[in-house]
Design a protein around this ligand. Sequence first.
Ligand code: BGC
Length: 761
Amino acid sequence: MLKAMMPTQEPGWTLVHEGYNVLTENAVESRFALGNGFIGMRAARSVSRGPTWTSWLGYIRWASWPRCYLAGLFDVPNTVPPVPALVPIADWSRVRVLVDGESLLARDSDAIVASRTLDMRRGVLLGAWTDRTPAGVAATGQELRLLSLADRSVGMQVQRAVLGFDGAEVQVEASFGLAGLGMDPVTLHDDLGVWRTEGTRKAVAMAGAATLHVDGKVVPPERPFPLRWVWRFRSRAGQVAELDRFVAVTRADAANEDPAPAARAAMARTRALGWRAVLAQHEAAWQARWDEGGVTIAGDDEAQRALRFAIYHLTSAVNPNDERVSIGARGLTGDAYFGHVFWDTEIYLLPFYVATWPEAARALLMYRFHTLNGARAKAAKGGWKGALYPWESADTGEETTPDSVLGPNGQPVEILTGKMEHHISADVSYAVWQYWLATGDDDFFLRAGAEIVLETARFWASRAVAEADGQRHIRHVIGPDEYHEDVDDNAFTNMMARWNIARGLETAALLDARWPDRAAALRESLALHDAELSDWHDATVRIATGFDPASGLFEEFAGFHALEPVDLAAFAGQPGPIDMLIGRERTQRSQVVKQADVVALIGLLPEVFPGDTAERNFRHYAPRCADGSSLSASMHALAAARLGDTAMALHYLRRGAALDLDPDPQSAGGVRIAGLGGLWQAAVMGFGGLHLAAERPRLAPRLPAEWRELSFRACWRGRRFAVRATPADLSVTLIAGAAMEIEMAGAVRRLDPGATVTVKL
Ligand code: BGC
């Protein structure tokens, strides 16, 4: 076997899937997907794939979904309801092998060996196969596939096969899936295709190159048309055939922009490098990311594997060089949710990027800045001021949540989140603020961040209306718990809104004091006057909080405590989400929570829980939560770790880890990346107790009993430091940047460049 095709041997870095099963194939393709933040590719088998649909008597479904996606490539498909969706680009990986005219096919009965290995350390998908033709002739091969992290336009596939038979006519075909692309073809020649989306008129260029060597010699291909190569040769037992294929992909958003020259240039530099150098650069880029973003857990292989899997997908999902795109709810691993961006990005993913990859975090926040006008339009449409970010966002910042979806019995079910789930606006500001505190990136704050915070604060002040009881109420919303729609004064929403308005006031004051020119310019362009600021101040004082000092509980929303209590433990082990088990109506009438809601507030704003009330709220709400969303478990893990209940936190971390790591058919539409971001938070911010405050970072580790070590790195205001926590002590080493202070388990220490400081725990 070629060394390049050997998976990382050190344990805990690979995921292996044996065989092929039409029922679970889709989930495997999501979990093992490749990505570099620009291109995403599901891990469909490339060789001997055969048709990708299967049929049973009566209906047809897709067994395999060999999709490639490009971040930001949205168009509105002809479906009901018409919302923008990621347009798939050509699948460039397919290979067909025919022996004496008969296809090698990897149906269940014909695949003798079929394994896929996701090598997370190197960011490559490895395949091994032995297939036979109906006539019984077999061939054995291996594959390596990647989407380059060093050059995001580039993808590559290397196939190597050893033939086990003499004297047969072998035909190898490498093609691009050009049919059914859903785009207008513009050109297709010289192995370069250009397409434009029909509605949004965005363009994609794809250049391809493929070479086949047999026993080290190039075999000239037949070229029936561009992006298709056919080779024929006579077999000899023991013969080695090697197929290398490159793809270069570029996107152009403007109607007058041509993506072809950039694709051609990417292809030229890739061919000049050759596959070994492309692989070497890609591996080096992954190694650099693991160095910065990796987490080591000693004593708990399961948690270690889960964290690696999470960080693998988090690294694959983001592109620090493109501020026009963000990360969809399934990354670029599947088309559930159409590639739309939710609060998932700001609340569940951003902390990882802020701490380990600030350039990526900045690009994601700039996407919200570039879509601010869409948010302003949404607020205006609702009769409010400022900016209301869309619950689901594609490329323009317009609201893209579908109005309805088809329910299980084919009836349309109205979707209210796009109209009522408003906390997203505070979530975006929260992420802006955390990024700014941790990085001190004033340039970003002045250019973009401050305006986002001011405009969202303004929205909330207009949204929180003063009523006869003297309070300001936020009515008709949906909180994170989407089982309850059209509620009043959702505690999470109101507390985040209050926080957002307070940060708006702080921003205005800070700008006035430190950057008066920028303050004057912004105040003018936003027409922000002192009278409005006093109204904001009034809002921070009078917004209804739902907090009851007697019980120490926040009421999730007005009237929640009066709903029917349901003993969720009685449903444990029953398949399906609770709203299916007890019905939608009863769920709405019950104290059944879909996901962390008040508990998410413990995770985000611990300072609003006086005394032991964080604990009280957690104990009250956790048993009422049905974990009906993949975002739920990891937020519970973070909150429990913060409370010091490490056993409970670990229980939730494992529950979150099981979601996409284990064969769960729900991963079919893509990995649920928010849950993966939440795992990192649970480990690093929960068990590691990392907090990147403006004055100095803080670490307060509390490890679960079985963990012998937790190590990770973080960035803070131009520095990078490495953390190692054990049950006995905590060490921090300043790897880059100037001397700084850090709070370690309560003690403030000075860190000098290159030096390690250790405190006993
Ligand atoms: C969750 C939301 C989430 C969305 C996308 C929903 O099921 O309730 O909180 O934003 O999925 O992941």
